[in-house]
Design a protein around this ligand. Structure first.
Ligand SMILES: Nc1ncnc2c1ncn2[C@@H]1O[C@H](COP(=O)(O)OP(=O)(O)O)[C@@H](O)[C@H]1O
Ligand SMILES: [Mg+2]
Length: 241
């Protein structure tokens, strides 16, 4: 569904992504993991064209993404960051309904979908619908951010360390919520983390980044069993052969 073909990125003379070729399947939960500065965010931002490659090409369902209109491309992709920027002057309902409103859904249709999602995310609609972001905990804000990203059923959800600022309990709840939404809606998720436990829990497949290169792409079991190098072996607990 999403294919990188020989993608490199330079900033000045520095090569921050080095010849990435990989493919993400439709409906897959695909996790990018690697140390800080290894190129995960740059790779993710290329999928919705916040950053363009210096070399190579990216395809969405076989079509080069720079031949798709930006508006269409971005409406097809929810995007969730570490610090969700909810609009502080809009209520929870208004924040979640932004994209449906742009798409011209009726008021009743928006409200019904928003209520359903809030209930599903453990934020009872009667309590949370008209609250403002300042009256939510960090975990609750992040939940609202996820609902906002998925309400219009985008086929793809991009998530960049979305839970790394949360306490362990909220983190686990949001991991579970994301997994259940992904399974239920069949969304393709591309998820950046630096936490191997999170990666193992969520991923269908993991791509390990190191200094701008992808060292290995595999499902967590195969990767633990056959790590491509010492770095991957260490990541999985250091079982070297
Ligand atoms: N706008 C930029 N200009 C120059 N270098 C950048 C820019 N953005 C990112 N980089 C560099 O690219 C590398 C990869 O960054 P990034 O993709 O954010 O890594 P990660 O998300 O894995 O921590 C880093 O060395 C970073 O300093
Ligand atoms: Mg990053």
């Amino acid at each position: 569904m999403i294919r990188f073909e020989n993608v490199s990125k330079f900033y000045g003379r520095e090569k921050v992504l080095d010849d990435l070729t990989f493919e993400i399947a439709e409906g897959e939960f695909f996790v990018l993991i690697g140390p800080s500065g290894s190129g995960k965010t740059t790779t993710l931002k290329m999928i919705n064209r916040l950053i363009d490659p210096s070399q190579g090409a990216i395809y969405l369902k076989g079509k080069k993404i720079n031949e798709i209109s930006l508006r269409e491309l971005r409406l097809d992709m929810g995007y969730v960051l570490q610090q969700i920027a909810l609009f502080p002057n809009l209520t929870v309902r208004e924040n979640i309904e932004l994209i449906p409103e742009m798409k011209g859904w009726s008021k009743a249709q928006r409200l019904e979908k928003t209520k359903g999602l809030l209930d599903k995310a453990g934020l009872p609609a009667d309590k949370y619908l008209e609250r403002y972001p300042r009256d939510l905990s960090g975990g609750e804000q992040q939940r609202v951010g996820i609902l906002r990203a998925i309400i219009a059923n985008p086929p793809i959800l991009l998530m960049d360390e979305p839970f790394s600022a949360l306490d362990p309990i909220s983190r686990k709840q949001l991991q579970d919520l994301t997994l259940s939404l992904q399974k239920e809606l069949g969304i393709t998720v591309v998820f950046v983390t630096h936490d191997i436990e999170e990666a193992k829990k969520l991923a269908d497949r993991i791509a390990v980044f190191q200094e701008g290169q992808i060292i290995q792409v595999a499902n967590p079991k195969d990767m633990a069993k056959n790590p491509a190098n010492d770095f991957v072996a260490d990541l999985f607990g250091g079982d070297r052969k």
